[in-house]
Design a binder for this molecule. Structure first.
Ligand code: MN
Length: 228
């Protein structure tokens, strides 16, 4: 009788253990699935949403970062499920994808770079090796700004103007349409200004040139110079 009792008890214990293990496994599956679903996230905003005023208003930051950027990230996370990009990093996806995945990956990366290029009371001049390279290649910082602004103003439609470097540190200014990023040309992005109307229309309406001129006063040159 005792033996049967023990047998039953140990059976019960095994069952409990089995069901515990199964529920653990289910939790794990759930966690893995969730972590895939939640793969990419926006970069954290390194300042308050009103910190860039009056150059970029709180309302524009809230819409641009909170809605536009979030939508690119959400779309990307949905689109990569079941594709070869499911476990790839963002840079790899930008380099190797096309179509909708490229558009949303490019915009996710572009906005991560963009929103971390600013700070409250920023501005001033580039630092260290980036400053030297800009002076050497463009003649002066002012000359570089003029060329960069001109590229941004003359870009037709939506897109980005980029300062990029090649493997030897040579700088170039690129005009990219839509979600374009210098990575697809084998270059490293250093600084990008968003010239999609959503980045300035509430604050500057059609005056893109005025917006681009003002952006220089909120650049975080510590962050941007470190990308060079
Ligand atoms: Mn944008």
């Amino acid at each position: 009788m005792k033996a049967i009792h023990l047998y039953l008890l140990s059976g019960l214990a095994s069952l409990t253990l089995l069901s515990f293990n199964q529920s653990n496994a289910n939790n794990k599956d759930q966690q893995t699935k969730n972590s895939v679903d939640m793969k990419f996230e926006k970069v954290a905003l390194p300042y308050a949403t009103d910190a860039l005023e009056p150059v970029i208003s709180k309302q524009t930051v809230e819409l641009h970062y909170g809605k536009h950027h979030q939508a690119y990230i959400d779309n990307l996370n949905k689109l990569i499920v079941g594709t070869k990009f499911e476990n790839a990093d963002l840079e790899t996806i930008v380099k190797e994808s096309d179509g909708a995945i490229f558009n949303n990956a490019g915009q996710s990366l572009n906005h991560n770079l963009y929103f971390t290029s600013f700070k409250k009371n920023g501005g001033g001049v580039p630092k260290g090796k980036l400053a030297e390279a800009i002076n050497e290649q463009f003649g002066s910082f002012d000359q570089f700004k003029e060329e960069f602004n001109a590229a941004g103003v003359s870009l037709f439609g939506s897109g980005w103007v980029w300062l990029a470097k090649d493997q030897n540190g040579k700088l170039s200014i690129l005009k990219e349409s839509n979600a374009g990023n210098p990575l697809t040309s084998g270059l490293t992005p250093v600084l990008g200004f968003d010239v999609w109307e959503h980045s300035y229309y509430l604050d500057y309406q059609n005056r893109r040139a005025d917006h681009l001129k003002e952006l220089w006063s909120i650049i975080d040159w510590d962050v941007v110079s470190a990308r060079y």
